[in-house]
Design a protein. Structure first.
Length: 415
């Protein structure tokens, strides 16, 4: 691809997030060309690759994705078969298929400065570039200047700390902390962390709801390709046998690292002791966060709690119209998951279902004295428990859109 003076994006991996990342940037037209590393031969011909890239069982055809039901078709033409070079909607797209190890992908020869790694295989920023199984750092040795991981970091050796050149960023939450002189390996967190962070931010930024006593969340999460279509035998050493059960037929309890990742992008949540879990359900995309919070609250002169359902919904209405506009939506419709497919907000607050309940935490005088209070009287402390719901399209709409915004931001700030 002879675009030496042009702005190019590299994508490593052509699975769910890799393909949808391509689709996103085809709509944005920010990059002049895209180089995708598949790491292996695909199909029998370029026509097979084109069919894969232009169709999707969840989001429909690329024609419809780009142009809706206007009847307009996306123009895809092959420019060079030997180079696996095509043009999609006016954007040159090249497929590399020789190297799986990032170190062996010749990004410098392709004039790619920024790479998004969507393989899900290279998660540890502490692994050196010359590791035989590959690493994120391999992209840098291959000529890229920055690499964005489309997943949270996962450091396998707990004795190691995250390197100073690595950071986790969620667009609209902490992306402005990016330092182009220091940060070269970036994580865009996960779909759940992205949605959860946008749910938490307006609460933390509001005085009354910043006094969080306890917090937990459950994500009712659509299936992913890490699950089995039908029951399959567990591999050696497998600890979670439910991952091998049929995703088609079951609701499956699972784990999530969203709470841990949240502490990286919103450090003020570290004091809360956040808990998180997941339930996998047999839908193709759009997941739902059920966020449970307990607040220390005040009472009005009439004895009613300051924090109630209307108060919380109003916080989200203001966030949707203000600082998080476009990234947080507030809805009072009676939504089901398919209604939010493709929605480009990081989170859609389900205002109709949010609710609160206020009670009292009884503290006796002896307990209060242990914490330095000078009192001889027992105390009833008003606390409000809130349940807040948020939808997010865990594939394209929420996550890939936020990842794409972050990618564009990093590219604009390349030195």
């Amino acid at each position: 691809m002879n675009l030496k003076s042009k702005r190019l994006l590299g994508i490593n991996g052509i699975g769910r997030i890799g393909k949808l990342t391509l689709w996103h940037h085809l709509t944005q037209k920010h990059f002049d060309g895209i180089v995708i590393n598949s790491g292996r031969e695909l199909g029998r011909s370029m026509e097979d690759i084109i069919q894969y890239l232009s169709t999707d069982s969840t989001y429909g055809s690329l024609d419809r994705f780009l142009y809706g039901y206007s009847g307009k078709s996306c123009n895809i033409r092959i420019l060079d078969r030997l180079e696996n070079l095509m043009e999609i909607d006016g954007i040159p797209v090249k497929i590399l298929n020789k190297a799986r190890n990032p170190r062996e992908i010749n990004w410098v020869n392709e004039n790619v400065r920024l790479v998004v790694d969507c393989t899900g295989k290279f998660l540890d920023p502490t692994v050196p570039a010359d590791h035989p199984k590959g690493s994120l750092r391999g992209h840098l040795e291959a000529g890229a200047e920055k690499v964005i991981l489309s997943a949270p970091f996962k450091i396998s050796d707990s004795s190691r700390k995250k390197p100073e050149d690595s950071t986790m960023l969620v667009y609209g939450i902490n992306h402005s902390l990016y330092d182009p002189m220091q940060h070269h390996i970036l994580s865009a967190a996960s779909c759940t962390t992205t949605g959860l962070a946008h749910m938490m931010k307006p609460l933390l930024n509001t005085k009354e709801t910043s006094r969080i006593i306890t917090a937990s969340m459950t994500t009712v999460h659509s299936t992913t390709n890490t699950q089995s279509i039908l029951d399959s035998p567990p591999g050696a050493g497998t600890s979670d046998l439910r991952k091998n059960r049929s995703v088609i037929n079951n609701i499956i309890p699972a784990s999530t690292g969203a709470a841990i990742a949240l502490e990286e992008v919103l450090p003020e949540t570290r004091r809360i002791g956040f808990m998180a879990d997941a339930i996998r359900v047999p839908t193709s995309t759009v997941s739902l966060i059920s966020l449970n919070l307990t607040f220390r609250t005040d009472l009005t002169d009439s004895g009613n709690p300051v924090i109630n359902r209307d108060f919380i919904n109003d916080i989200y209405r203001k966030a949707a119209a203000g600082a998080q506009q476009g990234l947080l939506l507030f809805s009072e419709d009676q939504n089901v998951s398919s209604d939010l497919m493709g929605s480009q907000a990081a989170i859609i607050i389900e205002g109709r279902e949010n609710h609160t309940r206020t009670g009292f935490l009884s503290l006796d005088a002896e307990t209060l004295k242990q914490y330095g209070a000078e009192t001889t009287q027992d105390m009833d402390l008003p606390v409000t428990h809130a349940k807040i719901f948020g939808w997010y399209d865990n594939e394209f709409g929420s996550y890939v859109n936020a990842l794409g915004k972050l990618t564009k931001y990093i590219d604009k700030n390349l030195i």
